[in-house]
Write a protein that binds this ligand. Structure first.
Ligand SMILES: Nc1ncnc2c1ncn2[C@@H]1O[C@H](COP(=O)(O)OP(=O)(O)O)[C@@H](O)[C@H]1O
Ligand SMILES: N[C@@H](CCOP(=O)(O)O)C(=O)O
Length: 293
């Protein structure tokens, strides 16, 4: 039996829709695999009751099928589904890394990213790889058709998760079909600023680069209290705030680790004022999938 811990992730980071992603120090899914003649799946942990155990519908089961690696797969969810924290991607990433080793397939990390993205296609309708890439590789990742670039950034963050559900599939439906030239120029500028910030471990630049004039405003409507939470996080010192992935999680970048407590309390409080229960993860950019003993 093999066990892999695959971290939660925050995709998009505002200006990098379907391109940017970051691995979080916590939470994470733990995926255990054992050779079998047919794939079976069992799920425990956060939101387990909402995760399908039919291998054709579970992202980890799809990975096992694509890799022709049947297994008993046990998933302990640290990442609640429909969170905007790459819940479905963590299971896909963990399964891809674990099954590649279990069956000695010899795929590279980049090949595993494209394989795990096939699992994502069953839940969101698109094989977007911006969650599975950081969950496998760690750090901050840039995914394009041409390949994957990784930066090992050191960045304190808070991710606040309200007690509401936004499915990635629904949140993709509200993304505008086209952008205006001034929006394109602003997005390219912000995305470039963010990448420079990641390369320099500079939270001011990363925070500035989170701003996005197209996708985030459209999706903010799906997250009750989003504007107030954003303002509260900024007042508590965050350098920038955006929707994590497709939401409803909200990501805030902090100047230093000691600031995370105040930012987390401000965000949870603002959600509370909007009548929404929430919890906050005080974390940082972290490692990709790792084998456990
Ligand atoms: N292994 C899995 N873990 C979590 N969700 C899964 C898994 N396999 C399939 N799903 C389905 O994926 C959906 C959640 O994925 P998604 O909407 O992308 O949320 P998130 O933003 O947390 O990734 C749910 O409908 C869930 O049933
Ligand atoms: N680029 C995707 C990312 C979805 O992330 P998730 O954590 O909400 O699954 C999108 O924005 O649709």
């Amino acid at each position: 039996m093999l066990t892999v811990r695959a971290p939660a992730t925050s995709a998009n980071l505002g200006s990098g829709f379907d391109v940017f992603g970051a691995a979080l120090g916590h939470p994470a899914d733990v995926v255990r695999v054992e050779r079998a003649s047919e794939t079976t799946i069992s799920v425990t942990g956060a939101g387990a009751e909402y995760v399908p155990t039919d291998p054709a519908e579970n992202t980890a089961g799809v990975v096992a099928r694509e890799l022709d690696a049947p297994a008993h797969i046990r998933i302990d969810k640290g990442v609640r589904p429909s969170s905007g924290l790459g819940s479905s991607a963590s299971s896909a990433a963990g399964a891809a890394v674990a099954l590649n080793e279990l069956y000695d397939r010899g795929l590279s990390d980049e090949e595993l990213v494209w394989l795990a993205a096939e699992g994502e296609a069953v839940v969101s309708g698109d094989a977007h790889a911006d969650n599975v890439a950081p969950s496998i590789l760690g750090g901050f990742t840039v995914v394009t058709d041409g390949g994957i670039t990784k930066i090992d950034a050191d960045l304190p963050v808070v991710v606040c998760l309200p007690d509401i559900v936004v499915s990635t599939r629904d949140a993709r439906d509200v993304v505008p079909d086209s952008v205006k030239m001034d929006q394109l120029v602003e997005t390219v500028g912000n995305a470039s600023t963010l990448v420079a910030g990641m390369a320099r471990d500079d939270p001011e630049l990363v925070g500035r680069g989170l701003t996005d004039p197209v996708v985030t405003p459209a999706r903010a409507e799906l997250v009750d209290g989003y504007d107030a939470v954003t303002e509260a996080a900024r007042e508590a010192g965050a350098t920038g705030v955006t929707i994590s992935g497709a939401g409803p999680g909200v990501l805030a970048v902090c100047r230093h680790r000691g600031q995370r407590r105040d930012v987390a309390a401000a965000m949870v409080g603002a959600f509370g004022d909007a009548g929404v229960d929430a919890r906050a993860y005080q974390t940082e950019l972290g490692d990709g999938a790792t084998f456990c003993r």
